[in-house]
Ligand binder design. Structure first.
Ligand code: 13P
Ligand code: SF4
Length: 311
């Protein structure tokens, strides 16, 4: 069986397998750790293993390579990209910074290493609010590249001097509040979990504020935040507004509860490019190594370390 061969090779070659919550079930099953971007970056930073096999998308493997310059970081398919990280180029960022001299550049972890090397702070969906809160109020903030996460952060922090790049993740942008309302109507006692990259996050927050959801619990959370919330909540049914890969682990960890995707079309084709065959080939042939030029990595590391320091 391929999964047994993977586990054997992993032990022989001293490899740790990190997998994002959106990975295919078979990949999650062979991983040593499954989690969100922040928890996987933390696992990479502290792993004693010589090699990290990253089952996720390219920017995540790059982040691991930046944090762990002495380790080998592998990704099973170099084409596993991210529409959100593609939504800003380094030239665009440099020009934007020139238009706002003195501003603090905060970038989501879903960015290339080159972009990270131009940032003051990196953040993930689970600590974006706290990262922005940690910046003195008199400093302008440039937030990139996700406009929905950016407007969520601006609303929660009440920050007025925050400029937001107009990028989006095509998967989360496609989850509409109509989809969510339909699902909620059919599950009267369910709670709602929303990822802040969703295009409908601000509208849902507004609806919560004006009392449209009455007694229904609504939480805006990162993928790992959703996992933790689902475990501790006494509710039995949840509508989940994020990529559908997360439902596998949620269901596994909470057998007595029901999880329904807000949209069954919310599937990230980049995440799903990682298959068991490719993981096996990656382990067997030590491919594909993700390397970040030292110059870029040294500059990007500071922004990432600031992200890791803020929970
Ligand atoms: P999380 O950091 O919440 O896991 O999100 C990563 C991501 O790519 C969301 O689309
Ligand atoms: Fe990028 Fe969106 Fe896929 Fe996450 S779900 S990896 S943000 S394209």
């Amino acid at each position: 069986m391929l999964d047994e061969q993977i586990l054997k090779l992993k032990r022989e070659k001293d490899v740790v397998i990190l997998a994002h919550n959106y990975q295919l079930p078979a990949i999650q099953d062979v991983a040593d750790f499954v989690g969100d971007s922040l928890s996987l970056a933390r696992q990479a930073a502290k792993t004693p293993h010589k090699t990290i096999l990253f089952c996720g998308v390219h920017f995540m493997a790059e982040t691991a390579a930046i944090i762990c310059p002495d380790k080998k970081v592998l990704i099973p398919d170099l084409a596993a990209g991210c529409s959100l990280s593609d939504s800003i180029t380094v030239d665009q960022l440099r020009n934007w910074k020139k238009e706002h001299p003195g501003a603090i550049a905060v970038g989501y972890v879903n960015t290339t290493a080159e972009i990270k090397s131009e940032l003051d702070y990196c953040c993930t969906s689970s600590n974006a609010v706290n990262v922005v809160k940690s910046i003195p109020e008199n400093r302008e903030v440039l937030f990139l590249p996700d406009m929905f996460l950016g407007s969520y952060v601006a609303k929660v922090t009440g920050r007025k001097n925050m400029y937001i790049w107009a990028g989006e993740c095509h998967v989360h942008a496609g989850i509409r509040s109509e989809d969510i309302h339909k699902k909620l109507d059919s599950l009267a006692n369910s709670e709602l979990l929303v990822h802040p990259e969703c295009s409908c996050t601000s509208q849902i927050m507004y609806e919560v504020a004006v009392g449209d959801y009455k007694n229904r619990q609504v939480q805006v959370l990162s993928t790992e935040g959703m996992m933790n919330y689902a475990k501790q909540s006494s509710a039995k049914q949840f509508v989940v507004a994020t990529e559908t890969g997360i439902l596998y682990r949620m269901q596994q960890q909470n057998p007595g509860k029901t999880f329904v995707p807000a949209s069954s079309n919310a599937v990230c084709q980049y995440m799903k490019m990682i298959t068991l065959d490719k993981v096996f080939a990656s382990l067997r042939d030590d491919k594909y190594e993700v390397r970040v030029p030292k110059n870029t990595a040294d500059k990007a590391r500071l922004a990432i370390e600031r992200m890791l320091a803020i929970s």
